[in-house]
Ligand binder design. Sequence first.
Ligand code: SF4
Length: 81
Amino acid sequence: MQIEYDEDTCIGMFQCVAEWSEFEKDKSEGKAVLNDSEETEDGVFVREIPEDAELDAKFAARTCPVDAIKIYDDDGEQLIP
Ligand code: SF4
């Protein structure tokens, strides 16, 4: 399972930070940071989700008010939002 985070869409409400510890606050930028992710295009960060963190990552994606976080299964199908 993969997670994709779009920094440009993020409005820094930080609900995701409360749901999954791999999201952190960058208060100077007013944006979330996705740890251990790779920037695959400008402002878009992607990483694998460890199996034991899938639930937390899904909660993070669901709680984002602007849908800046997407979840994909291993076949590349979008699960959330
Ligand atoms: S919940 Fe969404 S808008 Fe809020 S910090 Fe996380 S990614 Fe950004």
